[in-house]
Design a protein around this ligand. Structure first.
Ligand SMILES: C[S@@+](CC[C@H](N)C(=O)[O-])C[C@H]1O[C@@H](n2cnc3c(N)ncnc32)[C@H](O)[C@@H]1O
Length: 232
């Protein structure tokens, strides 16, 4: 298990059941079983190859009868009564939104959603707040050169995020994270590059204005945490 998957596992609470959507190698359900997770464990993947790999991981650990394997798109084979934790990790934010969109039953406060977008996290946060989910917790984890966000969300409530927070997560939730200054610095580099491109092309004044506003918001937040973080 890499640090990213470890961070995801750390956010899972003991419960009646967990499904890992897009399980690939199956490391997460296998690790949960080895660590004594009490509920049912489901490993789902749309690809036959990844699901076979997950099965092999379980067999290698002698756990092939402990985990239920599902070859399917998203949550389409998941019995809503069998789980209270849904993990969707290692995919693009837009793919995660599509999977949730096709499983309306997870719009229920009984489910904890643990979501880890590799790209387009802003699309996922936008989808969540616009569909009455609360992002209850968000953590940052470094793996290699990248810093990933892991979100824990639950249906039922109103939450507001600023334009910049759609890209980073809620500032108030992340300020205590040791990786927050480094994550902000990365986001600033990304926005400054985007701004340069938009200014040069001069073709999208609306997008330019939005990007400028976000850059200012990020810079203000960075300045608050500047002590000891070095120059950007
Ligand atoms: C990069 S792997 C991530 C593996 C693991 N979840 C992780 O975070 O390390 C993405 C996996 O998601 C699967 N996948 C992509 N779209 C899916 C969908 N709609 N439903 C189920 N699995 C999907 C792919 O087949 C692949 O095995």
């Amino acid at each position: 298990m890499n640090r990213r998957l470890q961070a995801i596992e750390n956010m899972i609470r003991p419960g009646i059941g967990m499904i890992d959507v897009g399980t690939d190698h199956g490391y997460l359900p296998v690790s949960l079983a080895l660590h004594g997770y009490p509920g049912a464990l489901f490993a789902a993947d749309i690809g036959q190859g990844p699901l076979s790999a997950a099965r092999r991981s379980a067999e290698a650990a002698g756990l092939e009868n402990r985990i239920v394997f599902q070859l399917c798109d998203g949550l389409s084979l998941c019995d809503p009564d069998s789980v209270d934790t849904i993990v969707i990790a290692g995919m693009g934010g837009d793919t995660i939104c599509g999977i949730l969109d096709r499983a309306e039953w997870c719009m229920n406060p009984r489910y904890q959603l643990i979501l880890q977008p590799m790209t387009r996290a802003e699309v996922l946060r936008y989808w969540l707040v616009n569909n009455e989910f609360i992002i209850e917790d968000e953590r940052l984890v470094a793996d290699g050169e990248e810093i990933y966000a892991v979100l824990s969300a639950r249906y039922g409530g109103a939450m507001r995020l600023t334009d910049a927070e759609l890209y980073t997560g809620a500032f108030s939730m992340l300020e205590q994270e040791p990786l927050w200054p480094a994550f902000l610095a990365k986001q600033l580099v990304r926005f400054r590059k985007l701004l340069r491109g938009l200014r040069q092309s001069g073709r999208e004044p609306g997008r330019l204005q939005l990007a400028e506003r976000i850059e200012q918001e990020l810079e203000k937040e960075r300045a608050k945490h500047a002590n000891g973080t070095g120059n950007l």
